[in-house]
Write a protein that binds this ligand. Structure first.
Ligand SMILES: [Zn+2]
Length: 97
């Protein structure tokens, strides 16, 4: 006698089929982040003798995804095209799957 694949399991009248199903395979989550590169330096002394930091963007940005993708530093002008190109393959999966 040959047994087929078990497709239903009941224990003490309770449906336990979920326990014998093969779980779905894992897939990497995607969530794209953009980081702007900045630079800073101590500013001049104020009249009150305080010194603030001057900080500005360099014009370079880096696009990273939680799946491990990284663009490396790219020009800010290329950001829009880069993110648009990633939209399909790296569509967000963290918010509700
Ligand atoms: Zn990704």
């Amino acid at each position: 006698m040959e047994l087929g694949i078990i497709s239903h399991l009941e224990i003490n009248g309770q449906d336990m089929t979920d326990y014998i199903r093969t779980p779905e395979p894992w897939t990497l989550d995607h969530l794209v982040h953009v980081f702007a590169q900045t630079k800073s330096r101590p500013g001049p002394l104020t009249d009150e003798g305080e010194r603030w930091m001057d900080r500005q963007q360099t014009g370079k940005v880096m696009v990273v995804c939680t799946c491990g993708y990284t663009s490396g530093l790219i020009d800010h002008a290329a950001l829009e095209d880069t993110v648009a190109a990633l939209a399909t393959e790296h569509a967000p999966t963290l918010a509700g799957g």
